[in-house]
Structure formats: C-alpha cells, structure tokens
Design a protein around this ligand. Structure first.
Ligand SMILES: C[S@@+](CC[C@H](N)C(=O)[O-])C[C@H]1O[C@@H](n2cnc3c(N)ncnc32)[C@H](O)[C@@H]1O
Length: 245
C-alpha cells in the first residue's frame, strides 16, 4: 500500500508535471467532504477528472470549534476521527491512494501528520510532492521578494500577529485570518505606517490585490475583500507586512 500527499497549488492550473504523473499512476484520490457544497472538494473533483483518476469521498468528522480553551484537544480529537475514517477506506481499497492538498502540504495543513500516523498503522509507504503555496502566489502576483536582501521572513496565523510584532519581527506573512477580514491590522497599535501587500482568492475567481501603507489602504482592502466574496461566494486572503525603516 502506498499513500501520496500531493500539493495542487491553488487549483488545476498549478498541478506540476510531477504531481500530474503521480495522479495518473494513483488508483484513487481520497478526499474529505466537509459540507455538501465544499468548494475545495469541487476543485479536487476537477483535478481528478482532468487526470482520469477515481475519487473516494470520505465524510469529514464534525469539529468542535466552540471552546478555544480546548483548542488543542479539539484538534487532536478531530485528527483522530479523520484518521479512523481514512484508515477504513485505505484498508478496504489498498493500492496507491493520493491525497490532494490545497497549496503546499508544508504550510498550515494537517495532511502530513495524518498520513504519517496512518502509514504507521497500515504499514504503508508514503511520500510528499510540493505545490504552489498562497504566500508564493502572493509574492508572484505583487512581483516581490518576500523579504529584503538577506533579511528573514516570518510566517504566522493572523491570531498570532501581535506576538510576532511584539517579538520584533519586521517582515511578516500572515495567513489564516478571520472570516470578517484582517481586523488585527486596525487593532494593533503602530501598524499604520507599515507597508502591506495583500491578496484574496489568489489564482481563483474574484482574485484581488492591494498594496500600500496600512493606514491608507484599509478601506480599499475592505472593498476588495467584499468584491472577492461577491465574485466567488467565498474569500481567503493572505498578506505580507513590512515595517518601514
Ligand atoms: C489552512 S491554510 C493552507 C495553506 C496552504 N497549504 C498553502 O500552501 O498556501 C489556508 C490559508 O492560506 C491562505 N490561502 C489559501 N489559499 C489562498 C488563496 N487562494 N488566496 C489567498 N490566500 C489563500 C489563507 O490565508 C488561508 O486562510
């Protein structure tokens, strides 16, 4: 038995020749269904159709998001429930299964941890192929390098931005913002003079880009976010923040 973790970037247009080859040689793709209109499932379905590989859909176990104090425990329980659901399908079907990961599997995605656990239990071989991540596409769209010459770049979920700024980070990529937009930008003192390169729905319907001084572009950014949501029915955004020195 073999399990292949495949990064698909922001959709079928980013599938690399290496991932395409892995797809053609897989027996099936294993994919979670989070809700009836799971748009990421629709993207996975489109990729499977393009490469002629069967799709095995596994209903995703519900996740308890109510109590942030119990965040780690809730995530661990959810990972275990998802692992058990995948394990049943893998044990029944055998062969080579592929799991398609949005963007790159190395960045804020639990698939690698899940597959590592499953492969141990099922004595399966497994490997990982990379894809284009949201920060890479953000940089490409804005035609920038993520950091100044020889400087570091810090990547963080939005809920830990304050901690990054307080620790002295000056060049910060922010992902996993809240559904109502990057409110942390106006809530954090001192960010108004930083420069932002922001993008929503990168590589997909309703793509929007905004660049400028944080204090100047917040209304423009909110309007662009609204347009992205109106065009696609969903919005995902990421941004680079840089302190002006
Ligand atoms: C769970 S993380 C997954 C990241 C993914 N593995 C990657 O390599 O980009 C999801 C976050 O990535 C960012 N993201 C993913 N797709 C995006 C897109 N098309 N446009 C803008 N940001 C995106 C958003 O910050 C979103 O909250």
């Amino acid at each position: 038995m073999r399990i292949r973790v495949l990064g698909i970037g922001m959709g079928p247009q980013h599938v690399t020749p290496e991932v395409a080859e892995a797809l053609r040689s897989a027996d099936y793709v294993l994919a979670p269904r989070k809700s009836e209109e799971d748009r990421l499932l629709a993207v996975r379905r489109a990729v499977c159709e393009r490469y002629g590989v069967a799709l095995a859909v596994v209903p995703d176990p519900p996740r308890d998001r109510d109590d942030p104090a119990d965040y780690q425990a809730a995530v661990a329980a959810w990972h275990e429930a998802r692992a058990a659901a995948y394990e049943r399908v893998l044990a029944r079907r055998g062969g080579t299964a592929a799991i398609l990961v949005w963007g790159d599997p190395s960045l804020y995605d639990s698939t690698i941890r899940l597959v590592e656990r499953l492969a141990g239990r099922l004595r399966a071989d497994w490997d990982v192929l990379p894809g284009v991540s949201a920060p890479q596409l953000l940089a490409a769209r804005h035609r920038i390098v993520l950091h100044e010459v020889g400087r570091p770049v810090h990547v963080t979920p939005a809920r830990r931005l304050r901690e990054a700024v307080e620790a002295g980070q000056e060049n910060i990529v922010v992902v996993l913002g809240g559904s109502s937009g990057p409110s942390e930008l106006s809530e954090l003192p001192g960010l108004a003079d930083w420069t932002i390169w922001w993008g929503a729905n990168l590589g997909g319907p309703g793509e929007e880009l905004v660049h400028g001084r944080v204090g100047d572009v917040l209304p423009e950014l909110a309007a662009a976010r609204g347009r992205a949501r109106a065009a696609a029915g969903w919005v995902m955004d990421a941004y680079l923040l840089r302190r002006v020195r």
